[in-house]
Design a protein around this ligand. Sequence first.
Ligand code: URA
Length: 250
Amino acid sequence: MTKDEKTKIYNLLKAASDNLCGYFSPDFAGDVPEFSDDPEISNEKSASSNQASSQPELASDSTLSHINKKISECKRCGLCAGRRNVVPGMGVPNPFVLVIGEGPGEEEDKQGKPFVGPAGQLLDKMLGAIGLSRDKNCYIANIVKCRPPMNRNPLPEEADACRPFLDAQIAALKPKAILCAGSVAVKNLFHTNDGVMKLHGQVLDFKGIPVVTTWHPSALLRAPENKRPAWEDLKVFKNVLLGIEPDYCK
Ligand code: URA
């Protein structure tokens, strides 16, 4: 039990006892005692603070290769235990657009590259339709850089542990615009509970960078009826890009 839990129980018992006695209860006279955490909790707390302090935040001017090295060494959350490879991201070093996905799947974990399975093929088509490609003008990254088991959504603590890497990637890559693929991406980028159903097609702002959200390609493979609204989102995004660089897709 934590010291806070013990203090709370003490205060509840004191209030109940005072009430029952109808006056100030002698059993609870004096100040509230100084409780301490049970030993196993103290150990857990110090283990997790050691883990965090052994992996300092990345400097805002870190290079991409330094960030990738830090990602490859990362043990900030439990996902490191199940990974075959980290998946930092791929694309050109000075991208026009940063695409943010969710996290690696099985094939990505095998190859150490993002979006290389069936969802990746659809993502490449979506990007190609608006003059973008990972070879030419995009960088593709994910909210978490290690595969969540059974392809589940990343847990909040996993996304939070990985966040310094995404922030450092954005600072190093300096994209002119960001495309969020799916709810996990937009929710975590903005720390909001609003997902793709609410935010798709809107032009949001992340530290001065315009952001458009659309459906994750895996979601489109499961529910192709959303391909039409996703295409509308991509047209919104293309207009944003044309406003930044009118010649970008020539
Ligand atoms: N889905 C994602 O969100 N990211 C990948 O890298 C692959 C599939």
